[in-house]
Design a protein around this ligand. Sequence first.
Ligand code: 8YV
Length: 340
Amino acid sequence: MFPIKKVFQEILTNMKPKILVTRKISDAAEEKLNINFEVTLNPKDEPIPSNELIKMANEYDGFISTGFDKIGDDFFKELNGKLKIIAQVGVGYDNISIKSAEGKKIKVTNTPNVLNEAVAETTILLILAASRRIGEAYNLVRSGNWKNQKPDLTKFMIGNSVTGKTLGIIGMGRIGRMVAKCAKAFGMKIIYFNRNKLSEDLEDGAKYYSDVKSMMPDCDFVSIHTPATAETKHILNVDTIGLLPKHAVVINTSRGSTIDDDALIEALLNKKIYAAGLDVFNNEPNLDERYMKLDNCFVLPHVGSATHETRLAMSMMAVENICKYFENKPLISEVVSYNS
Ligand code: 8YV
């Protein structure tokens, strides 16, 4: 007998939008995606080279991408109109050329809000680790050399207190504000620089500076929470770092491009500032090797949002955006270019 049911099933399958998930995402998100779409997963999490991604783009209606994928101008030049949406698992989307996507009428979404807490936790972790010399202390125990140290009350692993100090936040968006909230638990005073002054409600007692330079001398700690744009590139540079007090600590959980490495490394090396705590770098994962040799620099491998709960929420949000698009419903978190 003619397997009519099977034929219908195949027709229906062929009608489902085709989605490529460029890297492994949370299991539950992959399962949800599989219900409504014809999905190509990447269970082994093999990076797809940029030239391969460009070739694959014309076979799919949607992509679920990550910050590791390079989706620049070249990618969009080759498209034939099949790809309609790129749902990024990440709040940052500096790996995607938004202008080119808009030129091709391709929607781009990101995952804001769901990672605010995780990134704020990482920021507080870096504040504490850098100011309390946790990298040095940890390495001392792990190396077995603790027993060879003189337990000197005034010198041994003495760092700077965090409680009651002033935290300067560059970029008082959703993550910046969550960091401010957590830092207040340590009695920290919050000051901030942002493109625009916030409403009193959102400021929640923080003092606004309309230019970054004027804020620098008042910072015991300065933490960056801006997206990576032309405007924020090297926002911490030789001039701004030069205005920080000698005891200042620089924290970065945003993007490496916000810091001029030469300027920061020189300041750390010559003790022009006290320390740095960095989760993000230029040219990750091939960070400037000088950072790894500095005792006063606590480094992490871009783990700001790396919790089970957060990565699940981020993956789910990307899938939700894909579902909404193909149901013709408003997207949860559409990204648009600054000038549009
Ligand atoms: C992601 C991040 O892990 O959300 C972001 O912008 O930097 C991280 O949380 C990374 O981008 C992978 O997509």
